[in-house]
Ligand binder design. Sequence first.
Ligand code: SAH
Length: 367
Amino acid sequence: MTALPLVFDAPKRGLPPRHLADMSADERRAAVTELGEKPFRANQLSHHYFARLTADPALMTDIPAASRDRLAGGLLPPLLSVVRHVSCDDGTTRKTLWRAHDGTLLESVLMRYPDRTTLCVSSQAGCGMACPFCATGQGGLQRNLSTAEIVDQVRAAAAAMRDGELGSPGRLSNIVFMGMGEPLANYRRVVDAVHRICDPAPGGLGISQRSVTVSTVGLAPAIRKLADERMQVRLAVSLHTPDDELRDTLVPVNTRWSVDEVLAAARYYADTTGRRVSIEYALIRDVNDQPWRADLLARRLREHLAQLVHVNVIPLNPTPGSKWDASPKPVEREFVRRVNAGGVACTVRDTRGQEIAAACGQLAAEG
Ligand code: SAH
C-alpha cells in the first residue's frame, strides 16, 4: 500500500458553466433579467427544475421558444449524463455512473428501504483525503463538483423515484453526502447545494434539512463553520479509531487535526445545532477491532460528547488492492456490545450494494 499525499485544493479546471441550480432565488431573477427576460421567467424555470424535476428545456413548453433558447443557453447548460445504471438487492439499490460536461466521471447510489429512500451523493470527483481502505481515496482527486452538479444528482434521483424506476412510485426522502469526495473540502458549493436541496419547492427541492447528512473525515475548522451556518443537517464523522497513532494512518488528515480536535469540533456542532452527531467506524479485522479500542472509543466519546453521539459500525467493504477485510461477526458483536456497555449508543449499519461496488468506500467511477 502506497501512502498518497493529502490534497485540499482541487485543480481549477473543469467546472461547468453556471447553472440555475448554482443560484439562489434572488440570483436566478437577476440572471434572467441579465439575459433580457422578465424576472418571472426565473420562477417558471425554477418550477420546471425544482418542482417538475425536469432539466430539459424542450419540455418547458409554457415558455415561448425564443425565450426558452435564450434562457436554456444562459442558465441550463447540460451537466450530467447517465453512462449506466447498475442495480442489485432486487432493484432497490441502484448505482448511477455519470459523465460531466468535461468527461469527468462520478457516481451516486439510490437506496430504497421500506420507510425511506436515501440518495448517496458525490461532492467531488475522486477524493484528496487518501484513506488507504477507501477506493475513492486511493484514486485521488479529479476536481470539485459545482453546486449544480451536486443538486442535479438529487433532482435526477427524485425524478426516478417519482417515475417508479425503483419499484412503485415513491419519494426521495434522505440525502447523505457519503459518495465520492470530502464534502467539507468543497465547502461553499456543498453548503449552497444543501440550501437548493432543502429550500421549499419551487425554489428548491423541498427535502427536510433534518434528512440530510454531511459526512466528513474531520476537517475540524470546517465542522465549526458548518455549525455556524445554523442548519439542521446531521453531521457524521468518519473516526474509525479513537487513538491518534492508528488514525494517522487510517485517516491521514488526522495528522492535521487530531482525534481530540475533531471530537471537540463535533461537540461544538452538537451544541450549536442540538443534533446528535454520528460517528462512522469501518471495522477492519485485526486493525481497529480490538476490545480495548472499543472501550477507549466509548470513553473518549463520552468525555467529549456525552449523550450527543451515536456510533455506526460499518463492516469493511473490500476494495481493489487492499489486504484488509471485515472483522468476523463474533468480533463485531463484541465490539458493539462493549461500546454500548461503555455508555455510547452503537449499532451496525446495514450495508448495501457490495456486489455492484456501490457500498461505502467502493465508488471508483470506472468508465
Ligand atoms: N469523505 C467523507 C465522505 C465519504 S463517506 C468521509 O470520509 O466521511 C464514506 C464513508 O464510508 C466514510 O465513513 C468512509 O470512511 C467509509 N468507508 C470508506 N471506505 C470504506 C470501506 N472500504 N468499507 C467501509 N466503509 C468505508
